[in-house]
Write a protein that binds this ligand. Structure first.
Ligand code: NAD
Length: 479
């Protein structure tokens, strides 16, 4: 049994969860302890006891531990990538890429611990000096989803620790393996007991304790809109600081002057890779009249060549859907699309066994054409390999369609027009905008986040992470 890490000790539990490989559901990745509410409270209390000393530790101490953790993650990228692909179902190259990203994030925030700075200003009053400094927030609860099992925990844990906070991490129930590996690495890297705690378990039990316990000063959450709304309500009730990263319905605009190959590559990558299970996936492709039919035909052609198979097999383009519930949701939306009158151009069939006959949750990526903006498949996040094409008269209509969504995480445009690219970057109502690139796939050293219903609170990652993981103090001194 893989245990929880509470106050520097590995602690078992009376219940376990079975981590199953979605590429071959006969394959058990491992049994993971399920913390109960009392253990979650113990982890929070341990974090609260450990935080003051950690908050006063030297930047060098924090650098050394985060840098060592990053180095170990990078050195073990093949093994950890294999574990990630096995528990989540993204392809091996994608999984190794995610592990490398997690390692780089730890190294980046190791440096941020050293670079933390403030301001010194003259007061408007004579003889008075003003210092503006950043202090840790305290104990932070981190709640993460299943689709990036190592990168999302990393991009919350690393800044939290770099800025002197203590952490209680509750990873998604479906993919505890990668989070456990990070806990093991941090534990061995020499973190003092209680500074980092891992409590695997159910959101409604363990997650809820994190939301309600007064010792938790801040919550950083990534996951669905419905859970995010609950988290916001619970945090507001007791005035805890919170940050939410939630769903997307990201548009990609393809203009008549686009390079067709660039547009198709970007749309296939952002729509279908990682089995469409990325918050930054583009699920609405908005195509202007002059290129529309050529684009749809090229997409359908390209999709024929995509290999849907075991995530860890060389040559697989698209791994399985993460579990049977998500597969059922994807299929339900494909049915909804058909019943709404959208034309299914390609894919959309569930495949029960992979090329080797192993049972898994496979789905051929689906492309809908002739869709309209009010269809549910164009308004609600499906979170699977399902893309719909919308037809637009011109750039102006395409931009309006792109922004006509309750979400605002990422948006893309394929065009060779500098004028339209520049206008789109300025007028897209998304937190991240890509020109001639997939909407998914971002750097680790710059801010990540969205607007409208996709995000709430400060950005994650890069230097902007300090906004959430620190609190500002303004001190006045009369000389
Ligand atoms: P989810 O909301 O079901 O679960 C996310 C986490 O919240 C899990 O750890 C879960 O156990 C926990 N949780 C559930 N109920 C809780 C409660 N009552 N109290 C506290 N915690 C609770 O999301 P998911 O299915 O794991 O992930 C998919 C979603 O994540 C998609 O909507 C996707 O768009 C979103 N996502 C967003 C981003 C982003 O940065 N915007 C990145 C990745 C995924």
């Amino acid at each position: 049994m893989f245990k929880n890490l509470i106050n520097g000790e590995w602690v078992g539990a009376s219940r376990t969860s079975r981590n199953i490989n979605p590429s071959d559901t006969r394959d058990l990745v491992g049994e993971y302890a399920q913390a109960d509410a009392e253990q979650a409270r113990q982890a929070i209390a341990a974090a609260a006891r450990a935080q003051p000393a950690w908050g006063l530790s030297t930047p060098q101490q924090r650098f050394d531990i985060l840098d060592a953790a990053g180095a170990e993650i990078l050195a073990r990228k093949a093994e950890l990538g294999d574990l990630l692909a096995r528990e989540e179902g993204k392809t091996l190259p994608e999984a190794v890429g995610e592990v490398v990203r997690a390692g780089n994030i730890f190294k980046f925030f190791a440096g941020e611990a050293l670079r933390a700075s403030g301001d010194v200003l003259a007061s408007v009053r004579p003889g008075v000096g003003v210092e503006v400094t950043r202090e840790p927030v305290g104990v932070v609860g981190l709640i993460t989803p299943w689709n990036f099992p190592i990168a999302i925990p990393a991009w919350k844990i690393a800044p939290a620790l770099a800025f002197g906070n203590a952490v209680v991490l509750k990873p998604a129930d479906l993919v505890p393996g990668s989070a456990w590996a990070i806990a093991d690495i941090l534990h061995r890297a020499g973190l003092p007991a209680g500074v980092f705690n891992l409590v695997m378990g159910r959101g409604s039990e363990v997650g809820q304790v994190l939301l309600d316990d007064a010792l938790v000063d801040a919550i950083s959450f990534t996951g669905s809109v419905a859970t995010g709304q609950r988290i916001a309500a619970a945090c507001v009730k007791r005035m805890a600081k919170f940050q939410l990263e939630m769903g997307g319905k990201n548009p990609m605009v393809v203009l008549d002057d686009a390079d067709l190959g660039v547009a198709v590559n970007a749309a296939v990558n952002s729509g279908f890779f990682s089995t469409g299970q990325r918050c930054t996936a583009s699920s609405r492709v908005i195509v202007t009249e002059g290129i529309h039919d050529r684009f749809v035909a090229a997409m359908a052609e390209r999709m024929k060549a995509l290999k849907v198979d075991d995530a860890r097999k060389a040559g697989t383009d698209i791994g399985p859907v993460v579990d049977d519930k998500q597969l059922a949701q994807d299929l339900e939306y494909i049915g909804i699309g058909k019943s709404e009158g959208a034309r299914l151009v390609a894919g959309g069939e569930a495949v029960e066994r992979n090329a080797d006959g192993a049972p898994g949750h496979y789905l051929r990526p689906a492309l809908f054409a002739d869709t309209t903006k009010d269809m549910r498949i164009n308004r609600e996040e499906i979170f699977g390999p399902v893309v719909s094409v919308l037809r637009a008269r011109d750039y102006e209509e395409a931009l309006a369609l792109a922004n006509d969504t309750p979400f605002g995480l990422a948006a893309g445009i394929a065009t060779t027009s500098l004028k339209h690219a520049t206008h789109f970057k300025r007028h897209s109502q998304a937190g991240m905008v890509m020109v001639n690139l997939p909407t998914a796939g971002v750097d680790y050293h710059v801010p990540f986040g969205g607007r409208k219903g996709s995000s709430f609170g400060p950005r994650e990652q890069g230097r902007y992470a300090a906004e959430f993981y620190t609190t500002v103090k303004t001190a006045y001194t009369q000389a």
